[in-house]
Design a protein around this ligand. Structure first.
Ligand SMILES: [Fe+2]
Length: 147
C-alpha cells in the first residue's frame, strides 16, 4: 500500500488472525481505489467509481460471509449482534450506491470517509471481540490447530 494513500494499514488494526487481516487490508485497498476515483476528473471518475464500487460491495459481502462462518464455527456468543452490524452496513452502502447510480445526492468524499471510519471502527470494536474469543479458546486448548 502506498505511503500517501488515503488510508494506510497499521499493525494496530491486526486482529491476530492472518486470513482476516488480509481481507481487512483488501477492504482498505478498495477504499483507497474509491478515494482515487473521487479525485479524477468528472466523467471518467464516474465510470471508474461505478466499477470499483461494484467490486467493493462484492468483496465486503464475501468478507462478511467469511467472518460470519468463522463466528458460527466457534459458536461466538455475539454472532447475532455482529451480523446485524454487517447487514446494516451493507444496506447503507447499497443505499448510497443507488443514490450514486440514480444521480441523487451523493458526495463521494463523504462516502469514502464513511467507509474508512466504519471499517476501522468495526475492526477495533467488533472484530476484535471474536478474535479475543478465539484466543481464549486456543488458550483453553479447545481450538487446537484452528486457523
Ligand atoms: Fe465484522
Amino acid at each position: 500500500m502506498q505511503e500517501n494513500a488515503f488510508v494506510v494499514w497499521e499493525d494496530r488494526y491486526s486482529v491476530g488472525i492472518p486470513a482476516i487481516d488480509e481481507q481487512h487490508k483488501e477492504l482498505l485497498v478498495l477504499t483507497n481505489k474509491l478515494y482515487d476515483a473521487c479525485r479524477e476528473g468528472e466523467e471518467s471518475a464516474r465510470g471508474y467509481f461505478k466499477e470499483v464500487i461494484r467490486s467493493a460491495v462484492e468483496y465486503v459481502q464475501f468478507h462478511f460471509t467469511s467472518e460470519e462462518r468463522l463466528m458460527e464455527r466457534i459458536n461466538f456468543p455475539e454472532l447475532a449482534t455482529h451480523k446485524v452490524q454487517h447487514t446494516q452496513f451493507v444496506k447503507q452502502v447499497l443505499e448510497e450506491v443507488k443514490n450514486f447510480e440514480q444521480g441523487k445526492t451523493f458526495v463521494p468524499n463523504t462516502f469514502v470517509r464513511y467507509l474508512r471510519d466504519w471499517i476501522l471502527t468495526h475492526i477495533a470494536m467488533s472484530d476484535i471481540k471474536y478474535a479475543e474469543y478465539i484466543k481464549t479458546l486456543k488458550k483453553q486448548g479447545t481450538l487446537q490447530n484452528f486457523l
